[in-house]
Design a protein around this ligand. Structure first.
Ligand code: ATP
Length: 218
């Protein structure tokens, strides 16, 4: 059977999307070799209910900032299915939907930061996620994958860890990426923007301009 295309998935609030997000997406692409013309990495901003938007950027603005961050990067695709629903969607629901769309053979890889893996055991139906997709984990400052994981997640990692390479199976492995941790967070960025502090090197330049032009996070 010929090798299948591979689909990467990166979900987040992206409020705003920042350069550490972009860095780990590129690490996923490079370390797992998602460079075939039909491979893609879907960036999926979370849909938020309108009442959560008071203190944050709107769904449409978050979508725009993702597009501006991804601009020119081969293989990255914005998938706005969760925004269209304008409600929070569980990762497991979105992965089940994607699995149905790509078919059962295509490798799906869900990318997350190390901090997310430390609370993975609190995610809805988390044990089912590896039945749908692989995980790719990127280190994040403050998240200790050696000691900070819930025992059940640590066991999952021990049993399923795989050296990063292009996936052949459709799901079930955990790839720990080797990209060095980068200390950028959306919460810190929103604070900086509110206080007029520098955001140099933290956001893509077109995103920084978009935020200033639209007076976001004031
Ligand atoms: P906040 O600071 O408000 O929590 P965030 O910067 O973590 O936001 P999210 O949109 O919540 O951004 O994150 C989406 C995904 O990106 C999550 O899996 C998160 O773990 C990962 N991520 C975010 N920042 C980093 C980083 N600096 N290094 C590695 N992973 C990151």
């Amino acid at each position: 059977m010929p090798d299948s295309r591979v689909v990467g998935v990166f979900g987040g609030t992206f409020d705003p999307m920042h350069l550490a997000h972009l860095r780990i997406v590129k690490a996923l692409r490079d370390e797992l070799g998602l460079v075939r013309a039909d491979d893609e990495i879907r960036i999926i901003p979370t849909g938020l209910p309108p009442h959560r938007q008071l203190a944050m950027a709107s769904n449409e603005d978050r979508r725009q900032m993702c597009l501006l961050t991804m601009d020119g990067e081969p293989g990255l695709v914005l998938d706005d299915r969760e925004l269209k629903r304008a409600r929070f969607c569980y990762t497991v629901e979105t992965l089940a939907e994607l699995r149905a769309e790509v078919g059962k053979e295509t490798p799906l890889v869900f990318l997350l930061g190390g901090d997310s893996l430390t609370h993975f055991h609190t995610w809805h139906d988390w044990r089912h996620i590896l039945d749908l997709a692989h995980l790719a984990v990127a280190a994040r400052p403050g998240a200790d994958l050696a000691h900070g994981l819930h025992p059940a997640v640590a066991q999952l990692l021990t049993e399923n860890a795989e050296k990063p390479s292009r996936p052949r199976l459709s799901h079930g492995k955990i790839y720990v990426l080797s990209t060095p941790p980068e200390d950028i967070s959306a919460t810190d960025l929103r604070m900086r923007l509110k206080n007029g502090a520098s955001t140099e090197g933290l956001l893509a330049e077109p995103v920084r301009r978009f935020i200033l032009d639209n007076r976001l996070y004031q």
